[in-house]
Design a binder for this molecule. Structure first.
Ligand code: SAM
Ligand code: SF4
Length: 322
């Protein structure tokens, strides 16, 4: 257990010397897709009345940013773009003194938000695309909207956003598409990150059937391509390579090569719970707290932050805020 937390020059450092400076902000647990590894078809979402208001989200982020050195925010969900106050929230968060403001989205209605996003500081967009094949994409997302997501990706690229594709690798479903994704990356100059399926909620129960390790597909890629490592930040979740055809690919091997010992993240749920780990639902609710109470709460939450990987969690990814 992580006992001692320090604030040094406005930076949060835990007893394992991890600098805690990133926050994932979940706007909602609701989604317009139903990716089968993320949530059940009949998922019930939190009523809007239970969510933090846009002003509460802003105030919490403001304090964490100003007094505790949280300098990177990533907006996520569920699907963040469907929150009615999405634009208001992004606009407010854009006024903070951040080194990076990002968004993770399924891309379904992103193309309609891009002109707005262009006017904000939110320039780093990760878009989930689990297949380049329309039928497979629609099967995984249990939607009919492959074309919308693809259109959003290409438009975001054209408009100059810094975008990355997230692709969760699923054995027997999309693991035959690695080469296509590499070609896609090279053709459009877009980084593609291959994610290992994590033992979270729905995916935990189907892990034996669906899991494929990064090593398995890296070995296949190496037979065809030379991989040139790209330097990444110490707290990066991914390791990356440039290929000779120009593709840029990354791997998030959360299961086979966990990175908990360099994790720099906290998470704020849509209802206000601050938690220190994706894999643990321990945390403290910040709703209605006074500014003076933040320090103590932050120390407590960070002291809950594990140093090694927790095996699994039964909550679904959309509920945690992926
Ligand atoms: N709805 C948005 C989206 O799909 O990008 C944001 C939230 S979603 C939960 C964030 C990311 O988590 C997506 O890239 C999704 O594929 C990924 N994800 C969901 N469940 C996962 C699991 N069990 N293992 C690994 N990644 C998962
Ligand atoms: Fe929705 Fe994202 Fe979960 Fe898919 S992965 S169901 S798009 S929250």
């Amino acid at each position: 257990m992580n006992t001692e937390v320090r604030v040094k020059e406005n930076k949060l450092i835990d007893s394992y010397q991890r600098l805690i400076h990133k926050l994932r902000v979940q706007l909602t647990d609701a989604c317009n897709f139903r990716c089968f590894y993320c949530m059940p078809l009949d998922m019930k979402f939190k009523p809007h009345s239970e969510l933090l208001t846009s002003e509460e989200i802003y105030q919490i982020c403001f304090i964490l940013n100003q007094d505790f050195g949280i300098d990177e925010l990533r907006i996520t969900g569920g699907e963040p773009t469907i929150r009615p106050e999405f634009e208001e929230i992004v606009y407010k968060l854009s006024s903070l003194n951040l080194s990076k403001l990002g968004l993770t989205t399924n891309g379904f209605i992103l193309d309609k938000k891009l002109d707005f996003l262009k006017t904000t500081e939110c320039k780093n967009i990760n878009i989930s695309l689990d297949s380049l094949n329309e039928e497979t994409f629609n099967y995984i997302t249990r939607s009919k909207y492959f074309k919308n997501t693809l259109k959003s990706i290409l438009k975001a690229k054209e408009l100059g956003f810094n975008i990355k594709i997230n692709t969760v690798m699923l054995k027997g479903i999309n693991d035959n598409e690695v080469e296509e994704f590499i070609n896609f990356s090279a053709k459009y100059d877009i980084e593609v990150r291959f994610l290992e399926l994590m033992k979270i909620g729905e995916a935990y129960y189907n892990n034996d059937k669906l899991f494929i390790s990064a090593k398995e597909y890296i070995d296949k890629i190496k037979k065809k391509h030379n991989l040139h490592p790209i330097k990444v930040e110490i707290d990066s979740t991914s390791f990356k390579y440039r290929l000779e055809n120009g593709a840029k690919i990354g791997f998030i091997a959360s299961e086979s090569m966990p990175f908990c010992n360099s994790c720099s993240r906290l998470r704020l749920s849509a209802t206000g719970k601050l938690r220190s780990c994706l894999m643990s639902n321990n945390g403290i609710n910040l709703k209605n707290l006074q500014k003076e109470q933040y320090r103590e709460v932050l120390y407590s939450v960070i002291s809950m932050k594990p140093y090694t990987r927790i095996h699994h969690i039964e909550e679904n990814m959309n509920q945690i805020g992926g």
